[in-house]
Design a binder for this molecule. Sequence first.
Ligand code: 4AD
Ligand code: MG
Length: 459
Amino acid sequence: RKTVKTVLTEGASHAGEIVDVKGWVRTRRGNKNVQFVALNDGSTINNLQIVFDLSKFSDDDLKAITTGSSIHVQGELVASQGAGQSVEVQARELEVYGTAPGDYPLQKKGHTLEFLREKAHLRPRTNTFGAVLRIRHALAYAIHKFFNDKGFYYFHTPLITASDCEGAGAQFQVTTLPLNDLPKDEAGNIDYSQDFFGKLASLTVSGQLEGELGATALGLIYTFGPTFRAENSNTPRHLSEFWMIEPEMAFYEIADNMDLAEEFIKYCITYALEHCADDIKFLNDHFDKELIDRLKFVVENDFVRLPYTEGVKILEESGKKFEFPVYWGVDLASEHERYLVEEHFKKPVILTDYPKEIKAFYMKLNDDGKTVRAMDVLFPKIGEIIGGSQREENYEKLQKRIEELGLTGMDWYMDTRKYGTVPHSGFGLGFERLVLFVTGMQNIRDVIPFPRYPKNCEF
Ligand code: 4AD
Ligand code: MG
């Protein structure tokens, strides 16, 4: 059996061969002499045309072949007269695996993305989601290839954790305590010592802290796994469960970190342009006419590198009315980030050296005592796509910050600074934000097969 993709790629050079193809019917049309079926098996955005000569097949044979039904066809590969396809299959044998009754929700007519979100269990079968999911796969593969080729080790960090990496209090708790009868200690607080792990455990918001243990042992590591955030953010760029890639590099300073981030993201986009050309073109033509141009532009141009303080100055002097006010010290909102990227520089921007108050405890303090060596990569249409930093490697300074913030249970982490500490850096790329950018989709809920967001956890 050949996939539709193989048959179409081999094309007319294989004309005359007898082929077996299996897939799902997208459409059937024709007249009383000949019927044409568009067959898709998920291997490509393109359909294979199957021709049924009605002198060999009866109406009865064909009536089971409706949109959504699954079939096996054996037939002869012939050069096609039809526009946009090199070959078609003249059917000789037909086997119907499964019919699809008339209430099949994905009939021929185009559906809105909102409608398809309600049919999340079936939407991978549509052209749009097929394209998105194949691109998602290619990007995941490119990420592993990029790091492997550079000598990074794929390091697995736990999903269940006892620490809060970002300190934002957005963790989902993991507990087996009875919710209707929680054990309490003498002070009336929940007694987690009776819980499954003997302490409060949560789903991870980031693998970074454990990643630092990896980098201070193996040198260059990256993680690539699911992360969870219980933020009540109903935006087109937030998910409660998303995948993150977190490289962590011993002996890297902030400039090395920025170079790697820029090279990495350009590599992924280039890989998709080269390996997913049909799918990207489909999305470009149907949803976002500037998609391909935008992807090429990002790959071909240097990212701007700019300290936060200068970014704030540009925003203050822009004369633009923002919904949220801008001043030094503010955690920039997506409208601010997008102004810098889309209106001011018209290029991706790496913003650096943020005020320490709005960044996580582990970032390296600059000599000014006010800012830290953070770097956020800001993208058109997306806003923040990467967040990273050089880490504080000095034991005393880090200990002071941990005490200021009242963090506890960090001895294991402090050992990276106590024993053979080194300058090191890393960053986190939100995988779905990358997929969002490369597909040109508008909503992050449409670039993951089964999105999780507030008030939504179907199946
Ligand atoms: O900026 P964040 O919170 O950084 C960290 O978690 C660091 N520990 C990373 C590191 O230095 N190793 O998250 C990193 C990226 C963001 O830039 C964004 O792309 C993505 O993760 N992200 C989300 N994506 C989808 N939904 C959410 N709720 C996200 N929160 C963050
Ligand atoms: Mg961030």
